[in-house]
Design a protein around this ligand. Structure first.
Ligand code: NDP
Ligand code: GDR
Length: 341
């Protein structure tokens, strides 16, 4: 019989790709979205799967809502992707971030414990939990050192998943995912902000863009491949924690440079710190400016993941690497901007 999955955060980047993947595996897919005055279904619409999934209004701030949903849907697997997921916002809204990103996990796990403790549970943990890194590369056994209210909230969710596994025998997996991007990434995250701006500049719709700390390094992978890793964790005989990463890292500056080079622009830099700027080597036009408003009170300087466990146990390995990822994203934004303006 076909399995049933319930995804919290189905309107987000990973929710959309995971839905598409589970549908391809014959799952019946239910997804929770929170009520807003104007619904936010653009990602599942872009993937053309809107008609194939069953959408329900579910807020992970409401335990009763979750309990009634699980009673009705009777899921075999729950993927908890809902979160206040933007690190920068977590400094401005630390309490809200804790409510959704940390306590939200307790609510989902409690609902599972009450409705049916045999429901399998996936928690979207994050490489941000490594924060001020204690060793490089980071793997499952690396000590955590969160650097933001977001990362601290994720650490709570991570440990609670382990706690419910050990205390109540709930099949709880925790995927410690390093940054994964795609054309469906939210525009506020740095990769998509850059791919969109570079496309607009190339097509003459924008003159320049502003950026924060360009020296931060991230291990950037392709979201479409990472959601498959989530599913693989849930198919093992025993639950566990797994790092998914590419084991390659690059700076924000490199991302910007490669995005411009893909559209045929050579970028050069002048100045230093907040006065640094990037300009078109051919025309001299300024294309990138620093704006300190994008600096964070606590920064994660660099992340690099070791995915050996996922490779050995799950047979999971990333294929799309940095340069190809940048190109996929810029190309899609060029298409979007040319089509929609
Ligand atoms: P997005 O920000 O794209 O999606 C987050 C989702 O959570 C959205 O669907 C959002 O709904 C939903 N949400 C927020 N608050 C609530 C709430 N109170 N009740 C129900 N739903 C809510 O994130 P991603 O898809 O990129 O990431 C998925 C998960 O993985 C997140 O938990 C994130 O923290 C984590 N993660 C992501 C990584 C990445 O690189 N992408 C890496 C590691 C972890 P709405 O559309 O209404 O805002
Ligand atoms: P991150 O992603 O914080 O790693 O969290 P983000 O793309 O926001 O930042 C990456 C790095 O880029 C620097 N940066 C900027 N960031 C943004 N958003 N905007 C800018 O203008 C800018 N300029 C420089 C940041 O300072 C940072 O160092 C993402 C989220 O998806 C989390 O939910 C997830 O858990 C982690 O990845 C792994």
């Amino acid at each position: 019989m076909a399995k049933t999955a319930f995804i919290t955060g189905i309107t987000g980047q990973d929710g959309a790709y995971l839905s598409e993947f589970l549908l391809s595996r014959g799952y019946r897919v239910f997804g929770g979205y929170r009520r807003t005055s104007s619904p936010n279904f653009w990602r599942i619409e872009e993937l053309n799967i809107m008609k194939d999934i069953e959408l329900m209004e579910v807020d992970i701030q409401d335990t009763g809502n979750l309990i009634r949903t699980f009673e009705k849907v009777k899921p075999d697997e729950v993927y908890n992707l809902a979160a206040q997921s933007f690190v920068a916002v977590s400094f401005e809204k630390p309490v809200l971030t804790g409510e959704i990103t940390a306590i939200g996990v307790t609510r989902v796990l409690e609902a599972i414990r009450i409705v049916n403790p045999r429901i399998k549970f996936y928690q979207a943990s994050s490489s941000e939990m490594f924060g001020k890194v204690q060793e490089t590369p980071q793997k499952e056994s690396t000590p955590f050192y969160p650097r933001s209210p977001y990362a601290t909230a994720k650490l709570y969710g991570h440990w609670l998943t382990i706690n419910y596994r050990e205390s109540y025998n709930i099949f709880g997996c925790s995927g410690i995912l390093f940054n994964h991007e795609s054309p469906l990434r939210g525009i506020e995250f740095v990769t998509r902000k850059v791919s969109d701006a570079v496309a607009r500049i190339k097509l003459g719709k924008q003159d320049y863009f502003e950026i924060g700390n360009m020296d931060a390094k991230r291990d950037w992978g392709y979201a479409k491949e990472f959601v498959e890793g989530m599913w693989l964790m849930m198919q093992r005989p025993d639950p566990g924690d797994y790092v998914l990463a590419t084991n390659e890292n690059h700076s924000v500056r490199e991302f910007i440079e490669h995005a411009f080079s893909f559209v045929g622009t050579t970028l050069e830099w002048k100045g230093s710190d907040a006065n640094e700027y990037g300009f078109d080597a051919k025309t001299g036009k300024t294309l990138v400016k620093i704006n300190p408003k994008f600096f964070r009170p606590g920064e994660v300087d660099q992340l690099l993941g070791d995915y050996s466990k996922a490779k050995t146990v799950l047979g999971w390995e990333p294929k799309v690497r940095f340069r190809e990822l940048v190109e996929i994203m810029v190309q899609r934004d060029l298409d979007r901007v040319s089509r929609l303006g």
